[in-house]
Design a binder for this molecule. Structure first.
Ligand SMILES: Nc1ncnc2c1ncn2[C@@H]1O[C@H](COP(=O)(O)OP(=O)(O)OP(=O)(O)O)[C@@H](O)[C@H]1O
Length: 285
């Protein structure tokens, strides 16, 4: 379990404000920090990693104290077992895929490099240089480098936001898989609601440095659920205009449904499809 209790005065574009966050992340949990630009999301990740110091605070992982300002404890990043992936891959251009990943571990752990490269499906590309890889492949190298040291905590700062929709979606599936396989405790920063829905067990809604809401994505994002007979969450796959309404195609767990609506939706948006007016019919199939 990660315990985070931090306070720091920041200087935003509107002036000074205090980042004040107090939350726990259960072991094996996938937690996302969501919020507008400048709300303090990255600063929280950097504090967990030890790259930034709060004015006051306490951070621990499974009883190991990373930071305790009252006791002047502040472990440096290399003493915190944390893997970090940023938006801009940050790979070494003069090293191959294998070398980029192996750089993070000492010689005794080299066996693990091959294992991790196979898990993220990069093994066949291990002798290539970053410049010859796609954005999605480069981000998988960054991910492999972050997990090869077997971190207790994986920190992801908008790692997929530079990628286009289909690659992002595929990498989201892989992230979820890797989180489970390596039994990680993951904290993601994202401002993409469908991504938050797809990946997170819980989400923190951060606004101007304060936690406004914390809960499952449904609890945090769906203000009021439809008080009707049934409703399902899905992702918008297609939008077309038909006279005065839009017809959207929604993927509900692999089932495609078409719904007419006067509201405009975007492809990739997470929606709740429900009905209030009639009783659904259930037929044995
Ligand atoms: N060490 C610091 N001292 C003072 N202000 C800081 C410090 N670090 C960051 N800030 C400011 O605090 C604000 C929050 O920054 P942060 O990067 O945490 O936001 P964010 O929510 O991750 O934003 P984005 O989504 O744009 O990345 C920014 O306005 C930033 O300039």
């Amino acid at each position: 379990m990660i315990i985070v209790k931090v306070k720091k005065q920041l200087i935003g574009y509107k002036g000074k404000f205090t980042l004040e966050a107090d939350f726990i992340v259960e072991k094996g949990e996938f937690l996302t920090i969501f919020g507008k630009s400048g709300s303090g999301k990255t600063t929280i990740l950097r504090m967990i990693a030890g790259l930034e110091k709060p004015d006051e605070g306490y951070i621990e992982f499974d009883g190991k104290v990373y930071l305790d300002s009252s006791k002047k404890i502040n472990l440096p990043p290399q003493k915190r077992n944390v893997g970090f992936v940023f938006q801009n891959y940050a790979l070494f251009p003069n090293m191959t895929v294998y070398e980029n990943v192996a750089y993070a571990v000492d010689k005794k752990q080299l066996d693990r490099v091959d294992e991790v490269l196979k898990t993220v499906e990069l093994y066949s590309l291990k002798d290539r240089y970053p410049s010859s890889l796609s954005g999605g492949q480069q981000q998988r190298v960054a991910l492999a480098r972050a997990i090869v040291k077997n971190p207790d905590i994986l920190l992801l700062d908008e790692p997929l936001s530079a990628l286009d929709y289909s690659i992002r979606s595929k990498l989201q599936d892989e992230l979820k898989k890797i989180h489970k396989i390596f039994n990680l405790t993951t904290v993601l920063v994202s401002h993409d609601k469908p991504e938050v829905f797809k990946l997170s067990d819980r989400v923190i809604y951060l606004e101007d440095g304060k936690i406004k809401k914390i809960g499952t994505p449904r609890e945090v994002f769906i203000e009021k659920s439809i008080s009707g007979k049934f409703s399902f969450y899905g992702t918008v796959l297609d939008v077309r205009k038909a006279d005065l309404v839009y017809v959207i195609t929604v993927d509900i767990d692999g089932n495609l449904v078409e719904v007419a609506t006067t509201q405009e939706f975007k492809v990739g948006e997470e929606v709740l499809v429900g009905t209030k007016a009639f009783n659904p019919v259930v037929i044995k199939v």
